[in-house]
Write a protein that binds this ligand. Structure first.
Ligand SMILES: Nc1ncnc2c1ncn2[C@@H]1O[C@H](COP(=O)(O)OP(=O)(O)O)[C@@H](O)[C@H]1O
Ligand SMILES: [Mg+2]
Length: 354
């Protein structure tokens, strides 16, 4: 899928302009605080995602306008659809004139975004990588989000009981099939992700790395249900002693290593950024394979910390992906790369122009 035309009204500092996006690579260049991230955020909301920074929906409406913010888009590709998102104290979405949920919209227009601090995927805590995986799985099957929600509810209950100094087998029995389902779904997606990483990283990263999911600090058994029960038995004493749940999908890590060392130790900042982008591109491959639709890629400040060669490599990889890519940067130099294979947009005080 791809954005063919967009229009917005009262969205943060963005001026109302009609934009006809290029089907391939688009680069939005502008100084700090001109509205680059806001532009990508508006596009991401048009694909059914939420705001980038946690906050009230109201904060998305232009400060000087009392009314709503409205986003419009015409998408083309596997399907031609129009989408309208209205935002005030709540968000409503309509697809082809009919009200629609965000998760359904996300299936119509799969979109993967990379925000400037997503490099934390490589250097941050396991929770960030779990979130990344959860996000990817939920993009492909909305049922995943529901199961994860059920699991977290049961987990809160289990932790509550552990804090009270008890151990409840009934909660465990309810949790086990949900945990096993999440584990096996995640594993199938990680296997696809590894294939995607092999394909994209040959153009992007010049070092070898390993990726694996580590479930609940415990060996993975062939049967995830059995694995869950065995891991629980192994940790039971410790859980009771520490009064907290120590095993399950909420404790996993997607381990990324280079020569046996954690990637954040072994790589420079620029290398970590390239690797994080490779992860995003590989996820896009997984989404495309599973949903049979071309995803849209949004990248914010992705060339930061890369040298000239790194930038050229990245732009080439994005160009060759055959997906619509919209990337924002404060880096004026980017527009001067020879034979630049992209449509360049300039943004100044919220006004976007070709
Ligand atoms: N609700 C709003 N109404 C008007 N302006 C806003 C609103 N929210 C944020 N802004 C402005 O948007 C600008 C930031 O835009 P952003 O897209 O983050 O810039 P950058 O180009 O650096 O990515 C800031 O100047 C901020 O004041
Ligand atoms: Mg920004």
């Amino acid at each position: 899928m791809w954005f063919s035309q967009t229009y917005w009204l009262n969205y943060k500092n963005l001026k109302p302009v009609r934009i006809s996006w290029h089907k391939g690579l688009n680069v939005v260049v502008g100084p700090n605080a001109s509205g680059k991230t806001n532009t990508l955020e508006a596009l991401s909301m048009l694909c059914g995602w939420g705001q980038v920074q946690r906050g009230k929906l109201r904060d998305l409406v232009n400060w000087d306008s009392p009314g709503q913010a409205r986003l419009y888009s015409q998408f083309n590709g596997e399907e031609n659809i129009s989408v309208v998102v209205s935002i005030q104290d709540k968000r409503t979405i309509s697809v082809a004139g009919k009200q629609c949920s965000a998760s359904t919209l996300r299936l119509h227009v799969p979109c993967l975004s990379f925000w400037s601090d997503d490099v934390r995927l490589i250097e941050g805590s396991p929770a960030i990588r779990r979130n990344f995986l959860n996000h990817l799985c939920a993009t492909i099957v909305p049922l995943y989000a529901r199961r994860l929600y059920d699991y977290r509810k049961l987990l809160r209950h289990k932790n509550y009981i552990l804090r009270a100094g008890r151990y409840d087998d009934a909660v465990i029995k309810a949790m086990a099939p949900v945990a096993a389902w999440l584990w096996s779904y995640r594993r199938s997606i990680v296997d696809l992700l590894k294939v995607g990483l092999k394909e994209v990283s040959s153009h992007l990263v010049e070092f070898d790395f390993e990726v694996d999911i580590e479930e609940g600090n415990k060996d993975y058994y062939e049967d995830p249900l059995e694995a869950f029960y065995k891991s629980l038995a192994f940790f039971k004493k410790e859980e009771i002693a520490r009064k907290v749940s120590l095993v399950g999908p909420h404790r996993d890590d997607l381990r990324i290593t280079v020569k046996g060392r954690p990637a954040f130790q072994a790589l420079s900042r620029g290398q970590r950024r390239k690797l994080a982008v490779a992860f995003m591109m590989a996820s896009a491959k997984v989404v495309e394979y599973k949903l049979k639709r071309s995803p849209i890629i949004l990248l914010d400040e992705v060339t930061a910390e890369l040298d000239r060669e790194g930038k050229e490599q990245l732009i080439k990889a994005l160009f060759e992906s055959n997906w619509q890519v919209i990337t924002a940067t404060a880096d004026e130099q980017l527009g001067y790369i020879e034979d630049f294979p992209a449509k360049v947009w300039h943004i100044c005080r919220g006004g976007l122009s070709a």
